[in-house]
Design a protein around this ligand. Structure first.
Ligand SMILES: Nc1ncnc2c1ncn2[C@@H]1O[C@H](COP(=O)(O)OP(=O)(O)OP(=O)(O)O)[C@@H](O)[C@H]1O
Ligand SMILES: [Mg+2]
Length: 318
């Protein structure tokens, strides 16, 4: 039995899958009609994109799903040629035990360059007889139009409190711990609808105590927002030392594995607590955070956006 809860509690049937009702309905119909197009699963982390691709494969192929399903990740530095060879190897033969096309899940396909996406599009076309592609992506805007137009697009949403609440209750009953309402609320806020994060926080908290309260979650959540993020902010906004702030931010992001979308909200939370910055400037800093977050979500380069944000904080007369 897997001891990582995100795997242990990965839904094995459509009934266990939380949220995204419109998507589920359409996917079920496609499976039933044996009419599976290429798909794009787009949306934030931990909302069920990989899980749903696995459910499709398990439903279509039953026992033999492993032979007829391939998951590969586009964001590694292997390059598009390696990925294409892997796809070719998988897709050149017919599916085992069925006339249905095989399923190929390409994770983080928005990390591919435009050229690589063009190459991917050609590969998809060559293997349409034997395979269907599911492209998983966090940022829709980073995908090229020719890919979008060849796929049916499903946009996943962050899960809402009720879904997350139900899952927390289920896990706490199975694992034998209790969790109070405030702690649940905080987990929900920190997770921003990402179930992977919810389950990881629960698993961590349950190693500390069997009756989880809000203070335990605060402890875990503040670890997720390192003190170092605050230091970066101080270097930029108070010391006006852009260059050191930038260096420090890069180090923190690398060592803590943070993305731009982790850093910007962490900045936002810390801005009000900054000593030596007047309220007018704090307001402007918060606004700049919102703009940077928007651009990153829309697909702009996160490092460029974060640099611009730090430069903005470091300007003395803002
Ligand atoms: N809709 C859901 N219903 C129930 N559990 C879910 C759902 N979405 C995610 N989970 C839980 O979170 C874990 C991670 O989800 P999943 O791998 O599907 O995320 P993802 O959307 O593919 O994220 P990423 O963008 O990071 O690849 C699952 O193993 C499962 O435990
Ligand atoms: Mg995934």
């Amino acid at each position: 039995m897997p001891n990582i809860w995100t795997e242990k509690y990965r839904p094995q049937t459509f009934d266990e899958f939380a949220g995204q009702p419109v998507i589920i309905k359409r996917i079920k119909a496609m499976i039933e009609q044996q009419n599976m197009p290429h798909l794009i699963f787009c949306g934030p982390a931990g909302v069920g994109k990989t899980t749903l691709a696995l459910l499709i494969a398990k439903t279509m192929f039953g026992e033999q799903w492993r032979q007829n399903f391939l998951e590969t990740n586009a964001s590694s530095d292997r390059g598009i040629d390696v990925i294409r060879n892997q796809i070719k190897e998988f897709a050149r033969t017919k599916a085992v035990g069925t006339d249905l096309p095989k399923i190929l899940l390409l994770d983080e396909s928005d990390a591919l360059t435009r050229e690589a996406q063009q190459a991917l599009r050609r590969t998809m076309e060559s293997y349409t007889k034997t395979a269907r592609f599911i492209l998983s992506a966090n940022f829709f805007a980073k995908l090229i139009d020719p890919l979008k137009s060849r796929c049916v697009v499903f946009k996943f949403k962050p899960l809402d409190f009720d879904h997350i609440d139900t899952i927390m209750d289920k896990i706490s009953a199975k694992e034998g711990f209790t969790i109070d309402d405030k702690a649940k609320q905080l987990i929900y806020e920190v997770s921003r609808g990402d179930l992977r994060r919810v389950e990881n926080m629960l698993q961590t908290a349950s190693t500390i105590t069997k009756s989880i309260e809000v203070s335990h979650i605060q402890e875990i959540a503040s670890k997720a927002e390192p003190e170092a993020v605050k230091e970066v902010l101080e270097l930029a906004a108070i010391s006006k030392n852009f260059s050191d702030a930038r260096k420090k931010l890069l180090r923190v992001m690398m060592s803590e594995g943070l993305s731009g979308l982790d850093v910007v909200p962490a900045f936002q939370k810390q801005i009000w607590g900054l000593d030596g910055v007047d309220d007018q400037k704090k307001l402007k800093m918060i606004q700049s955070c919102a703009e940077a977050e928007f651009r990153i979500v829309e697909g702009a380069d996160e490092y460029v956006q974060l640099e611009a944000l730090l430069a903005n904080f470091a300007q003395s007369d803002v």
